[in-house]
Design a protein around this ligand. Structure first.
Ligand code: UT7
Length: 323
């Protein structure tokens, strides 16, 4: 059989960091409220003219260097984003061109905050089926461009950034102690559209629109659905929560992260948290957190990682990856 083995990862955040206190000039909020309700302390905001593809390319280059893989070896790019440079073409094809690639296939996956979990699963399936040998899986967002800066309930929650991993198709026996993607589980329920969406788009209004969220409802769904999907992916992988070395969750709210980890009886020290530094970067949050923990040495080769995320759609899912 083939397994998609992670060779390296990388990330990028825009230079401008905006602290909670800076937002008190924009909306009626406070550092105390934001920290207590979400764990967020700052977010990065892309510069004027800095595009999702620019963030993605910077993260991809860092991941390729970390993996020791040259751009010529890449034959598949999957970009998870809900903030593409343009309505079309896919941001992934712009990334392909900016990396100087002249071959392979590139496309976007749109599953909002679950985007990276979806993209990893799609790339893994393609590599297993011979539709590529070396893949860049990228989560990249300029979510601050979708915000209504008059809505304090949402504008304080999000940031911009990108993260990437390099996957390679390698022959394997299928044992759970072998490196690579072990299992993925994906879900969606379009009936929950109104809980988190953007009120614009080329087909509906012809405008880009703004993010709208019923935070409390999203929170409730996040805790129950993420706990369920983690149980499902563990069964699919033939593993238990005791086998997990690190949880790398989508970074929306530290209270959601703690709550899901608590239901799985995991030690909080096994959970990678970067929401304080990056806020919610949607599809970029998991590879940003992953890169932070690989860079500081917490995550080591051979460790079992759990990725889990929920987002607009609603979409949710989880992956098990032996790093
Ligand atoms: O990435 C995937 C999707 N996103 C999420 O997973 C987010 C899920 N939801 C959440 O994280 C939380 O629901 C929020 C952080 C968005 C909100 O926390 P909450 O504890 O659910 O607060 P709330 O919406 O019930 O608001 C409580 C109070 C309200 O005031 P009243 O009605 O009690 O007087 C809000 O008006 O906090 C007020 N409030 C604020 N106050 C200061 C809302 N936003 C702010 C703000 N600053 N920025």
């Amino acid at each position: 059989m083939i397994r998609s083995v992670a060779l390296g990862c990388g990330s990028y955040v825009p230079a401008r960091a905006v602290a909670n206190a800076d937002l008190t000039n924009v909306v009626d909020t406070s550092d105390e409220w934001i920290v207590q309700r979400t764990g967020i302390r700052q977010r990065h905001i892309a510069a004027e003219g800095e595009l999702t593809s620019d963030l993605a390319v910077a993260a991809a280059r860092a991941a390729l260097v970390h993996a020791g893989v040259s751009v010529e070896e890449v034959d598949l790019i999957v970009v998870a984003t809900s903030t593409p440079d343009e309505t079309f073409p896919a941001t992934a094809t712009t990334v392909q061109a900016k990396l100087g690639m002249t071959k392979g296939a590139a496309f976007d996956v749109q599953a909002v905050c679950s985007g990276f979990v979806y993209a990893l699963s799609v790339a893994d399936s393609m590599l297993k089926n011979g539709l590529g040998t070396t893949a860049l899986v990228i989560g990249a967002e300029t979510f601050t461009r979708l915000l209504d800066w008059g809505d304090r309930a949402s504008c304080v929650l999000f940031g911009d950034g990108a993260g990437a991993i390099v996957l390679r198709a390698e022959t394997a026996t299928g044992a759970t102690d072998e490196r690579g993607v072990i299992a993925s589980t994906l879900h969606s329920d379009g009936r929950l559209h109104d809980l988190l969406y953007v009120d614009g788009g080329p087909s509906s209004t012809g405008t880009t629109g703004h993010l709208r969220m019923h935070g409390k409802e999203v929170y409730r769904h996040a805790v129950t659905k993420l706990t369920e999907v983690v149980g499902e992916v563990l069964i699919a992988g033939g593993l238990t929560s005791a086998d997990i070395d690190w949880v790398v969750p989508h970074q929306a709210n530290v209270r959601i992260i703690d709550s899901v980890a608590g239901k799985l009886a995991l030690d909080p020290a096994q959970v990678i948290v970067t929401v304080d530094q990056h806020a919610n970067t949607s599809a970029a949050s998991i590879p940003l957190a992953l890169t932070a923990a690989v860079t500081d040495g917490r995550i080591q080769r051979g460790d079992l990682l759990l990725f889990e995320a929920l987002g607009g759609g609603m979409t949710w899912g989880a992956n098990l990856l032996r790093w």
